[in-house]
Design a protein around this ligand. Structure first.
Ligand code: HAM
Length: 421
């Protein structure tokens, strides 16, 4: 292994067949739920003009400052691999005049996103998000519906003991005063802050609240709270969100230090945290972004959305001992016993596949014993052994691989027994 010439780049992974049932389970659950909440699929490019994310996600964010994969293409344009979906979806909303559709426009997507992060458990450079956005509605009822969808999704996966954290960080009207209050609080403490926080203090003081360095974390405990600085509209909105969440029956915990790492957020922000883990490891997060579409050149348009990291969900499913539902199709191995039946295998496997089962066989020319070993290795539930004599009479040896019991039956009979299970 050590002397392999090529390995996958750091922070990326191969999703091997044995993990695919987890991916299918998560995606099917997420899509099924998004659809019944009225979301439709959209797909956006894996790369866009870098400027879209710089504008959208925000110049001062870690994502833009440190984590974006930026490259100049052969035409000299500065492009970036998508570090998230929201900016791309809002661009698509504008580009395709979606404001003419019934509002809110509800869109979901899923796929790989890229951040040059420091790889560790649950933190990768290529990872996958399931993401949805609801654009064009200000009502706090929508915030609650978006949060309800996130909550029901984890619930449907069977995950237990998760926490939904909620906060409001205000908007362009009330946030400047809050930022100033934070600076005023932290300035006398600046010598005790980590070097990142020293940098952030003037540029992006909200981010000091979620720094996980022990001293910064301790200092943030007594820092001013955004909810105490909300303007009337934001305060009313936040009260509305909480009222509606009550009606949906979604339990939540207010977290005054929840600020999120992307600049486009206004008002409502939320995260879903797994049990037993540091706040760095949110399973998912989202919030309102009422200024983003205008920032991207559109008319003022509110929006709210959510994204969840699929790798982190798989880690948590494994942690909680939850297995995805098993493979549904039976595997049927067709074995030959001589030259004539070896050639006839093609036809029999074809019948097996046409019946909707997984049809497999050995290539080459192998002994029956070696074929049955292969059948075991492939997880076959049944083998159809083509004895030369029986096959001429249109019959096969039907073997139940679990018990080893065998019976000579017609091919039709074998297939209908498999169908009955
Ligand atoms: P985010 O919090 O940056 O939000 O990412 C959402 C989720 O992606 C995280 O909660 C986590 O599960 C996963 N994630 C983030 N970084 C990594 C990483 N390096 N490795 C593995 N998983 C990771 C957004 O991206 C926003 N666009 C969400 C949103 C949608 N807000 C409004 N609409």
């Amino acid at each position: 292994m050590a002397d392999l010439k090529y390995r996958s780049p750091r922070g990326t992974s191969d999703i091997l067949p044995e993990d695919q049932p987890y991916w299918a389970f998560i995606l099917e659950t997420a899509v099924g739920l998004a659809e019944v909440y009225g979301y439709q699929r959209v797909d956006v490019p894996i790369f866009e003009f870098a400027d879209l994310y710089i504008r959208g996600v925000g110049e001062a964010t870690d994502i833009v400052q440190k984590e974006m994969y930026i490259f100049e293409d052969r035409g000299g344009d500065r492009m970036a691999l998508r570090p998230e979906f929201t900016a791309g979806i809002c661009r698509a909303y504008l580009q395709h005049g979606m404001s003419n559709r019934p509002l809110p426009v509800k869109l979901w997507t899923a796929g790989p996103v890229f951040r040059y992060d420091r790889p560790q458990r649950g933190r990768y450079r290529q990872f996958h998000q399931f993401n949805y956005e609801a654009i064009g509605e200000l009502d706090p009822w929508l915030d609650a519906e978006v949060i309800d969808l996130a909550w029901r999704f984890y619930e449907r996966l069977g995950l237990k003991d998760l926490t939904l954290e909620l906060n409001s960080i205000g908007d362009g009207r009330c946030r400047p005063a809050y930022r100033e209050a934070l600076r005023a609080y932290y300035r006398p403490l600046v010598d005790r802050l980590c070097s990142d926080c020293k940098d952030r203090l003037e540029r992006n003081p909200l981010r000091l609240l979620d720094c996980k360095q022990p001293t910064c974390w301790a200092l943030s405990e007594a820092a001013p709270r955004s909810v105490d600085y909300l303007c009337d509209e934001c305060r009313e909105h936040f009260a509305g969100v909480q009222e509606w969440l009550g009606r949906y029956g979604v339990p939540y915990r207010l977290n005054h230090r929840l600020v999120r790492g992307l600049d486009y957020y206004t008002k409502t922000v939320f995260e879903v945290q797994p049990p037993r883990q540091g706040a760095q490891a949110a399973l998912g997060g989202g919030g309102r972004y009422d200024g983003l579409i205008e920032e991207l050149g559109g008319r003022p348009t509110p929006g709210i959305g959510f994204a969840t990291g699929m790798e982190r969900i798989i880690l948590e499913l494994k942690e909680q001992g939850i297995s995805p539902p098993g493979r549904k199709l039976p595997v049927v191995f067709v074995a030959y016993t001589g030259e004539a039946t070896r050639l006839a295998t093609v036809g029999v496997v074809g019948r097996v596949r046409a019946a909707g089962f997984i049809g497999v066989h050995a290539f080459g020319s192998r002994s029956l014993k070696s074929q049955l070993r292969l059948a075991d290795g492939l997880g076959a539930g049944y083998a159809l052994i083509l004895g030369e004599e029986e096959y001429r009479q249109g019959r096969v040896v039907f073997r139940d691989m679990a018990t080893g019991s065998q019976e000579v039956v017609s091919l039709e009979e074998a297939l209908s027994r498999i169908r009955r299970g």
